[in-house]
Write a protein that binds this ligand. Structure first.
Ligand SMILES: Nc1ncnc2c1ncn2[C@@H]1O[C@H](COP(=O)(O)OP(=O)(O)O)[C@@H](O)[C@H]1O
Ligand SMILES: C[C@@](O)(CCOP(=O)(O)O)CC(=O)O
Ligand SMILES: [Mg+2]
Length: 402
């Protein structure tokens, strides 16, 4: 068991195309964001386990002895991650006082932590005393993969703390990543965490959180996208709350109810992702960029209509699309929809005045709006001095008031 304080981080993501369809085995294209979730873990000897989640105003602490039931409830092999059974989830719910069917932010975060902590500790038959602090730059529950970044950080930190994977040493002012097989293990455990939060996740979000960059995800296969141009994307948060778990379940119900109506729409979304990939490659190759951007814009419009048809749109997102269309810009929801965030594609030559006017219009509607940098690196371990000064100060302040 390592005795150091560790700081890990993982990026959020933007799904360009394929959300929801990817849950049903279709292709999705996703890129990591420069917004990250940070987790600080310190092992201690006070016989307690504490988890502090300031983004969701939650700080819980248990006597390790009270958590002993985890070792009898969860019989997991750390090298072979498996999903929590219904019986295990029921026991975790009972312990944490979470009624069945509760999908609020706090309940899902606690269930995810308890399962990963119990399952990753189960092989060593020990429940280490620790303090964990998780803080994120990502809005929670807005379609930017905060749940996956949370699960990836927890998996990486817990696996490193109990020495199931190596504890690489970052250089002064540096960050370091794990070996490929260790990243695979982190990703698999994070997927189990996502299952507790999403119900039936595709795995695309935790893959981006683990590996970063741009990737194509298809039926569990992760393929890095090497031929994509530097995309300019305006990200807008409508601030309308929603739950991925509820929206994913809604699409499944619709598909079961109308398989021959919804099935073809999911196939069409799959085709949109593939066409988008080809068009991005054409831009990199320098083929008629103007025309290619026009294709990307049309794909965004078609997909936004499809997402409305499968029931994951929202009037706040319709207003976002209309507001940007007034400036000849094209937008779609990103992530689970139902509110949350939308993306607007900017062309390389979209003028600053158009961007500013669009942002102003969206701000006036009460939305947050900013131009993003995409392509943040995957899950990483930080030396404290490598953190940006504002992040470092915030973690210190939050640690001091624990
Ligand atoms: N920083 C965080 N602290 C605690 N819990 C978090 C944090 N970020 C995400 N979560 C968990 O993830 C859930 C949000 O996941 P989800 O509905 O999939 O939205 P998204 O992944 O788009 O942000 C929250 O309800 C919470 O349980
Ligand atoms: C709707 C979905 O495709 C993406 C969900 O993303 P988010 O949780 O809204 O960031 C679900 C999934 O792929 O697991
Ligand atoms: Mg999520």
């Amino acid at each position: 068991m390592t005795d150091k304080t560790l700081i890990v981080s993982a990026p959020g993501k933007v799904i360009l195309h394929g959300e929801h369809a990817v849950v049903h085995g279709k292709v999705a294209l996703a890129v990591s964001l420069n917004l990250r979730t940070y987790l600080q873990i310190g092992l201690c000897s006070n016989g307690r386990v504490q988890i502090n989640l300031p983004n969701i105003d939650t700080c819980l602490s248990w006597e390790s002895a009270a958590l002993q039931f985890l070792l009898t409830t969860i019989d997991a092999d750390v090298l072979n991650p498996k999903a929590a059974s219904q019986e295990q989830v029921d026991k975790l719910r009972q312990f944490a006082g979470i009624p069945d069917g509760c999908v609020d932010t706090r309940s899902l975060a606690i269930l995810c932590f308890l399962y990963l902590y119990g399952a990753i500790s189960a092989s060593s038959r020990q429940l280490p005393s620790m303090e964990i602090l998780v803080w994120s730059e990502l809005p929670t529950g807005a379609g930017l993969g905060s749940s996956a970044a949370y699960s990836v950080c927890l998996a990486a930190a817990l696996l490193t703390a109990n020495e199931s994977i190596a504890c690489p040493v970052p250089e002064e002012n540096g960050t370091v990543r794990w070996a490929e097989d260790e990243l695979e293990l982190i990703n698999k455990w994070a997927f189990q965490g996502e299952k507790l939060i999403h119900g039936n996740p595709s795995g695309v979000d935790n893959a981006v959180g683990t590996w970063g960059g741009a990737l194509k995800y298809h039926a569990g296969k992760i393929m890095p996208l090497n031929r994509i141009p530097t995309l300019r994307i305006l990200l807008t948060n409508t601030k309308v709350p929603r739950s991925t778990k509820t929206l994913v379940a809604g699409v499944k119900d619709k598909l079961n109810k109308f398989p021959s109506i919804i099935g073809p729409i999911l196939n069409s979304i799959d085709a949109i992702s593939c066409e988008c990939e080809r068009t991005l490659a054409a831009i990199v190759a320098g083929d008629s960029t103007e025309e290619s951007y026009a294709v990307l814009e049309e794909l965004i419009d078609i997909n936004q209509h499809h997402l409305n048809v499968i029931g994951v749109g929202h009037s706040s997102l319709d207003r976002l699309c209309q507001a940007t269309a007034l400036h000849s810009l094209h937008s779609k929801l990103t992530g689970a929809g139902g509110g949350g965030c939308g993306i607007t594609l900017l062309r390389p030559d979209t003028s600053p005045s158009v961007v500013e006017a669009s942002k102003r219009a969206l701000n006036d509607m009460g939305y947050d709006c900013w131009e993003t940098n995409i392509g943040g690196h995957g899950v990483s371990l930080h030396s404290p001095s490598s953190l940006q000064r504002d992040v470092s100060q915030l973690l210190t302040r939050l640690t001091d008031c624990q």
